[in-house]
Design a protein around this ligand. Structure first.
Ligand code: ZN
Length: 335
């Protein structure tokens, strides 16, 4: 099964030319107005309704959840589909209809997060998973309802080929860009100082922190090389020292077009400070958190702080957390 999949991936990837420019592309200041969106639509009519609502709220882009927990929001020969998307291709519908509403569609992908113990990807490919020193693949520090997250091992060749195969599926649907989320290791240390060190599989034995960072960096570079024409962004933790020490995510060296900071802090001044202090010259989008139910004034203050700090724009997490009144308020702030 896995060798068949790998062969399919290679076929899909043939014909993609080398990227010529390695510098992040520049864009007009504060041009990105996006929201992350987890599809719940069951028809093209419902996709249109979502797009109309987003456009009315002043948005110009949606980062549409495409592959998460090792599952797709479309029928896939490579991946298990999310429930309700075994037949309806939500990604293709968004990619095709978005531009008609002035909405650019990016595919949002959980790169190394492979799902929970029952996910097909986890069950069928135990050898692709990251392991701790005791051999466990389930994260202690990242859980949902008591179930530990499982991560793919970045040193596993078939695991990397599987991810690239998913990205090739998105590219074939006509998305304008891909957002790399979970482009990192599992959290390795709790706030109380307890540790669970990944990855200790035989491929990764003896890895130093620098080796782990390099495995992530090399994969980002591989994605860049395979998909030279897609706008690539990465969702990252805005405090670089924390991102590196806890998750081996050195985004200062990512070869992407844009970083999306998960600036989930109530204090608008921190949102601006993270952007100003970032050791990265490319565009930074401030990811803001209406899901935390801030008062609208707080969100507006954060938008202004991001703009003042020179952000390339804003992205809201997530569209379903924003009612029509909030969207209307934001539309006034984003002329
Ligand atoms: Zn490993």
């Amino acid at each position: 099964m896995s060798s068949f999949l790998t062969g399919g991936v290679l076929l899909l990837l043939q014909g993609v030319s080398e990227r010529t420019a390695s510098q992040p592309a520049s864009r007009p200041a504060f041009a990105v107005r996006s929201a992350w969106h987890r599809p719940a639509e069951t028809s093209e009519a419902e996709v249109e309704a979502t797009l109309r609502r987003a456009a009315a709220g002043g948005l110009r882009r949606l980062d549409v959840e495409a592959i998460s927990e090792g599952q797709t929001f479309y029928p896939s020969p490579l991946y298990e589909s999310q429930k309700g998307f075994e037949r309806f291709d939500a990604l293709a519908a968004f990619a095709r209809l978005g531009p008609r509403h002035g909405i650019e569609i990016h595919g949002w992908v959980h790169v190394f997060f492979a799902g929970f113990a029952q996910a097909r990807l986890v069950r069928e490919h135990p050898d692709w998973l990251q392991r701790d020193a005791a051999g466990s693949a389930a994260s202690i520090f990242e859980q949902f309802e008591g179930k530990g997250y499982h991560f793919l091992c970045p040193a596993s060749e078939p695991a990397r080929a599987h991810i690239l195969g998913g990205l090739a599926e998105l590219a074939a649907k006509g998305v304008a860009g891909i957002q790399l989320d979970y482009i990192r290791y599992p959290i390795s240390r709790s706030e109380a100082g307890k540790t669970q060190q990944f990855c200790a599989c035989p491929r990764c034995a003896g890895d130093t922190a620098a080796d782990r960072e390099k495995r992530i960096l090399d994969f980002v570079t591989e994605v860049r090389r395979r998909f030279p024409r897609l706008r690539l962004s990465a969702a990252v933790f805005p405090d670089l020292a924390h991102a590196r020490s806890e998750k081996y995510q050195d985004w200062s060296r990512f070869e992407v077009d844009e970083l999306a900071f998960m600036s989930y802090d109530r204090d608008p001044s921190r949102v601006g400070e993270w952007i100003r202090k970032a050791p990265w010259k490319g565009p930074i989008v401030a990811g803001l958190a209406p899901f935390l139910k801030y008062p609208p004034e707080t969100l507006i203050a954060q938008i202004r702080a991001a703009k003042d700090a020179g952000a390339a724009g804003v992205a809201f997490f997530a569209l379903h957390s924003m009612d029509d009144a909030l969207l209307a308020r934001i539309a006034k702030e984003l002329p």
